[in-house]
Design a protein. Structure first.
Length: 85
């Protein structure tokens, strides 16, 4: 399985109300140092079945979100019960 497919599968499994950092996703996908690649994969993702809004920065900040910006990402996470720093 290619890295991109592994990343998308890891992110699909993030439950509602939970988040993972880009680095945690990279580790779970088998490439611990590829956290920037995870960000690029999330940025290009158009599959609504992949909850890319649940992937955040390691420092607890939201990071980017191609479906409406970081404010939209925060809004979606709040609706799921996630509070960010």
């Amino acid at each position: 399985m290619r890295f991109k497919e592994k990343v998308l599968e890891v992110v699909r499994r993030i439950p509602k109300g939970s988040v993972m950092s880009y680095k945690e996703v990279a580790v779970a996908a088998g490439s611990p140092r590829a956290y920037r690649a995870v960000g690029n994969i999330m940025k290009a993702n158009r599959d609504r079945e992949v909850p890319c809004h649940r992937v955040i920065r390691s420092d607890g900040r939201p990071g980017g979100y191609s479906r409406g910006g970081s404010s939209k990402k925060i809004e979606r996470l709040k609706k799921e019960g996630v509070e960010l720093r």
